[in-house]
Design a protein around this ligand. Structure first.
Ligand code: NAP
Length: 230
């Protein structure tokens, strides 16, 4: 059985990916700050309460997982937060939360797990965002964290491809999750205007299924229609 570490596994895209991985016979260590509202349990899903922005806690948890597992095959950096509005109105603590959750934590996780992933000739998937690839007024800082993540993904692949590690950045556009609960816009509920978390999990499954000689470096998925609701 392969072993995966997945951040942001308590809801939304991360939870959909966790369920998919378990179906694909992975043992999944899912990290998030709280699983109180997570309505999913499985013998191969280990819910690990962890705030990825608390670096000491994160390092300790990864060391403990490494002690328990002979090999780790997959790291999915999915945890993320978004705060939107004119940049001068974004609170400093929220800028820091975006940078630490969306960018700093994935970089640290890669640093911690690379030795193990090289050993297993494993895979790293970053859940970036379509925002990484476009001008994002009212989301300048969020898009910057995601652009940084995608750039890191591309550079890291060049650095470690010779060790057999595959690296992918996945760029979903508007997806129906609780991500929009606390922002001043949301998805249009019309079927063609929003992706489902399960469709992001479909993309992850496609990436995982690639032949050993092929790496899917970059996937962008968008709803058919481009609409938001304010
Ligand atoms: P979501 O429903 O808000 O889920 C976010 C997940 O991240 C939750 O499990 C949350 O759990 C976890 N998380 C947040 N801060 C964390 C922290 N400090 N430590 C550990 N876990 C943390 O959002 P989502 O839509 O599924 O987003 C997942 C990823 O997809 C994010 O990186 C987001 O930027 C990206 N994305 C989303 C969309 C979209 O339209 N929804 C589009 C493109 C990209 P806790 O709160 O319990 O910690």
């Amino acid at each position: 059985m392969k072993v995966a570490i997945l951040t942001g596994a308590s809801r939304g895209i991360g939870l959909a990916i966790a369920k998919r991985l378990v179906n694909l016979n992975y043992k999944v260590y899912g990290l998030a700050r709280s699983f109180e509202k997570t309505d999913f349990s499985h013998e191969n899903f280990i819910a690990v309460p962890c705030d990825v922005t608390k670096t000491n806690e994160l390092v300790e948890i990864i060391r403990r997982i490494e002690d328990q597992e002979l090999e780790i095959h997959l790291l999915i950096n999915n945890a993320g937060v978004g705060f939107f509005g004119p940049h001068e109105q974004i609170q400093i603590k929220d800028i820091q939360a975006m940078l630490r959750t969306n960018l700093e934590a994935p970089l640290i996780l890669c640093q911690l797990l690379l030795r193990n992933l090289k050993k297993s000739r494993g895979m790293i998937i970053f859940i970036s965002s379509a925002a990484a690839k476009k001008i994002s007024t009212h989301g300048c800082a969020y898009a910057a964290t995601k652009a940084g993540l995608s750039h890191f993904s591309n550079s890291l692949f060049e650095e470690i491809r010779k060790y057999g590690v595959k690296v992918t950045s996945l760029h979903p556009d508007m997806t129906k999750t609780s991500f929009y609960d606390n922002v001043d816009f949301t998805y249009d509920d019309e079927e063609d205007a929003v992706l489902l978390a399960e469709q992001v999990a479909d993309a992850v499954e496609y990436v995982l299924g690639s032949e050993s000689n092929m790496v899917v470096n970059d996937i962008t998925i968008r709803p058919q229609k481009n609409r938001i609701k304010r």
